[in-house]
Every structure is written in C-alpha cells, then in structure tokens.
Design a protein around this ligand. Sequence first.
Ligand SMILES: [Zn+2]
Length: 293
Amino acid sequence: MRLALLLAAVIGVATPHPPHPPRIPRIPRTAPRDPSHAPVGSKAKRLVIVDAGHGGPDNGMHGPIGGKFTILEKDITLAVSQRLARTLEERGMDVVMTRTTDTLIALSDRGRIANRRKGDLFISIHVNAANPGWKDPGGARGFETYFLAEAKTEDAKRVAQMENDVVRFETSNGPAPSDDALGFILNDMAQNEHLRESSDLAELIQERLRTIHPGPSRGVKQAGFRVLVTAYMPAVLVEIGFGTNPTEAAYINSRAGQEKISNAVADAAVAYLARYERRRGPADATTTLARKP
Ligand SMILES: [Zn+2]
C-alpha cells in the first residue's frame, strides 16, 4: 500500500484516499499562564517564589558568638519567609514557598519549583555568619543582597561557598555540578537576560532594608549561588543580618525584627514589579526602534 502511494505520488496520479493534512492545534503565540494566574481586571497576578534557606539536617549557620541563646539559620529563614509570603499575599501577589516546614530541599530543586510554577521573581532568605578568621568575628553586622554573577570579591566568594555548602547534605542523584559547570552556567544567556533585573531588585531590597535595619547596609553584591542558577527569572538572595553578632541575632530572632524585614522585602518586591510593568510598555517600543538599521 505504501509503495502504491509513493508510486502514485511520484507519477502524479491522484490517490484514491489522499492522506489528511496533519491536524495542528492552533496555539496562541503567547500561551496563557496557569489558570491560577487568571487576569484580575486587566492584569494577571504576579507570582513571587519565596525560598527559606536551608532546612532539615542542614541547619545553616548558628549563633551568636558568645551569646546566651542560640539561633539556627533554618528557623529564622522559615519564620521570615512565612511572614514575607503573608505580606506579599496581602498586597495582591501570588506566592509559592519552596518549603513551609523544617525539611531539606536540594538547591537545584528550589529553582526547578520556581520554574515549574512560572514565578516572576525568586527571593531566597538567608542569615550571614562571620568568618571565624576575622579580627572581631562577633562584631560583624549588616545586611546584603546578592544576585547571580561571577563573584567580584573574596567576601562574596566566602558567602557563596557557605550557602552552596548544603550540597553535602543532599542525597545526590549524580555528582554535584563542579565549579567549572557553575562558571559555564553563569555565562549562559538564559541567566544573563535576568542579570540587570536581578540587580535592580537587589538594589530596591537594600534601599528598603536600610530604612528599618539596625545594622549597616553592606550593599548589593554578586556571586555564584547554586540556588539562583536554576531559577530562570529575576532572582536574589538576601542575607538579612549576621547571626554571629549577638545584637543582630536577637533582632532577626524577634517578632518585631522579622516583621520589619519581611515588610521591607515585600515593599521592594512590589515596587520592583510596578517598575517592571512600566518598563515593559514603552521600553519595548524604544528597543524595537533602536534596533532598526
Ligand atoms: Zn544560608
């Protein structure tokens, strides 16, 4: 039968049963989002992924140095992330948390969750720890926000190493990516397109935290955080304070401190999304014009 059809086609004879053209479903050019993001009024709701650092057997840092109490990073990040999620929801955002209990989620899975849910933003919450080799480790204070790019300073490398170290708790499904692989991914276009946006978001978070935080702003920084590598969206990691400093440990462990920090980060996320919406409109037209030969 096949041969007959082929022959008929070659010699140009109409076949008795011409094959139907394949049915191709009509797909709109811009596929609608997940139904949970159905437009509210004319605008779709924005989705923020909130990532509480560490969890389960991975406590993260513990502190403070010489303190009369002990905090674990994984508890602080979860408490702040839960508050942040609630605050964002109150302000009309959709929120997905990568973890809501004391459990270990692999760094690469955190990004995958964000991608699967089609997040607009990824915010990872962490607590900093001083390097014991510093002159006065207990004295180090302040907050800093990172976006994913090649580390520029030794201190940024130190923080990234500390936060990436969790891979040793992960029951591996194959070897963890080497630093070479990380460097390769850092150069990947999919991430680079979000660099500028991630840096803008980091800047806004630092601005807002500066208005409430008792410690100094340590600025916007960049480094190769594995947790940010797999999230294909503007993504930042916030070190909300030094758990090694007794005063700062008490602040980030207090209800009032956690409330202020989560409000400040939520404000920044809302401001960023508003700015992003504005930029998407006229800015796109400008880009098109600028690209004309
Ligand atoms: Zn951490």
